[in-house]
Design a protein around this ligand. Structure first.
Ligand SMILES: C[S@@+](CC[C@H](N)C(=O)[O-])C[C@H]1O[C@@H](n2cnc3c(N)ncnc32)[C@H](O)[C@@H]1O
Length: 386
């Protein structure tokens, strides 16, 4: 129904309006500089899906233009009419500018460029940004923004959550360096995970725990208000293909024996490390309980990727397409999953929504039979010494 689909689009659009805090950008970007002070030297940085007049991405990169040794900074915004913004007022920056155009303000994107000292005050910073309306609405998929992407060296942003798959494919297609915010689950998307597995893409510097706080304009979905500013917490993370030091810090882990004697997890102390019924691996329910001396395959929570050090472990699989190493699962009619061995049903369970949401088809084995499906696992192995 057109009415419903409009409502859905409006909701998706509202959920895209989250604004990143300056300190979060600063903390993340500083990590790349600490690792390599020349990460941004002579680079053209593109900030698409931004609102340059008030975006902290534009502020941060413009204010730090000289420290980062940038060649060029380009930031683009998406037209208010395209983003279905209701209470739109152009900023004073725009409305008081000689470039202000009443006809274009709602329908055109804006582009901000910084590459020289326009006000001749001896330094290049936020006050030197030049802007104009774009030909189109600033959609990152438009030929105009694709061209900017192709000319840039590094792409940095917090893109619309509802279009993340498309945005990721768009960035990767151009084979550029990038740094982007996304929902934690995005790292297991079929567009993203193969890149993570091949070490082409990884988690950014900021730890995953606690999610991220964004400024929001959606009054109906607020977690806290400080000085009248509304904030929303979401399970967001940074992902990137740029090097930073944290990713090469190995996890400090105990041996399997020590985990089973001195570990803090009651279930492991009681049951030990269980195996899967349908995959040749042990289940490790906690990242801090990964045994340092186990050479076989291990299923670990997705949050492992926050701590993943490629010199310590390798990623084997995302646990969604489990090879049929034992007799197999058949999703039979009436929503029942049955496990059969030699043609006989040995175990069955209703195929519920919550089963499906677990995000993988691994099953823990107890007493020789399949039991529960652990929540979201990926399969890893200790890095083999070559
Ligand atoms: C999550 S917000 C982040 C904004 C800003 N980058 C920040 O972090 O403060 C995503 C922005 O992308 C815009 N957007 C939505 N769809 C877009 C599209 N197709 N092309 C470009 N921008 C889009 C939204 O209007 C929103 O302003």
């Amino acid at each position: 129904m057109p009415g419903n689909s409009n409502l859905r689009l409006a909701r998706a659009a509202q959920n895209d309006e989250f604004y990143t805090q300056f300190t979060d950008i600063q903390k993340e970007v500083n990590a790349y500089l600490e690792y390599n002070p020349d990460t941004f030297r002579d680079k053209t940085v593109l900030l698409p899906c931004d609102d340059p007049e008030w975006s902290n991405f534009t502020r941060f990169f413009a204010q730090n233009f000289e420290r980062l040794k940038l060649k060029r900074l380009i930031s683009t915004s998406y037209a208010v009419e395209s983003k279905r913004y209701k209470n739109y007022q152009p900023t004073l920056f725009e409305s008081e500018s000689p470039l202000f155009d009443k006809a274009k303000t709602r329908t055109k994107g804006k582009i901000f460029v910084l590459d020289h000292d326009t006000n001749a005050n001896g330094r290049i910073d936020l006050d030197d940004l030049e802007w104009h309306y774009m030909e189109g609405d600033g959609d990152f998929r438009s030929p105009e923004v694709c061209k900017l992407r192709d000319e840039a060296d590094i792409i940095v942003t917090n893109p619309p959550f509802s279009l993340f798959r498309e945005f990721y494919t768009w960035v990767r297609k151009a084979n550029k360096q990038f740094l982007t915010i996304c929902n934690k689950n995005c790292i297991t998307y079929k567009e993203v995970f193969p890149d993570v597995k091949k070490n082409l893409v990884w988690s950014g510097r900021t730890e995953w725990a606690g999610g991220m706080w964004f400024k929001t304009t959606n009054k109906d979905d607020v977690d806290k208000i400080i000085d009248g500013v509304m904030y929303k917490n979401t399970p967001s993370i940074w992902i990137t293909n740029m090097e930073h030091g944290r990713r090469h810090e190995p996890l400090n882990l105990m041996t399997m024996k020590d985990n089973l004697r001195f570990g803090k997890h009651k279930d492991l102390l009681e049951e030990g490390y269980l195996r899967y019924y349908n995959y040749d691996a042990i289940d490790v329910p906690y990242v801090d309980a990964i045994p340092s001396d186990y050479d076989g395959l291990m299923g670990v929570p997705i949050t492992f990727l926050d701590k993943y050090c490629p010199e310590q472990f390798e990623i084997i699989d995302d646990g969604t397409e489990v090879p049929k190493t034992r007799e197999h699962i058949s999703y039979k009619d009436k929503g029942i999953i049955t496990y059969e061995e030699k043609g006989k049903v040995v175990w069955s369970t209703p195929y519920t929504v919550s089963e499906r949401k677990l995000g993988n088809s691994l099953r823990i084995e107890r007493n020789g039979l399949p039991t529960n499906c652990p929540f979201g696992r990926i399969i890893i192995r200790k890095k083999q010494q070559s």
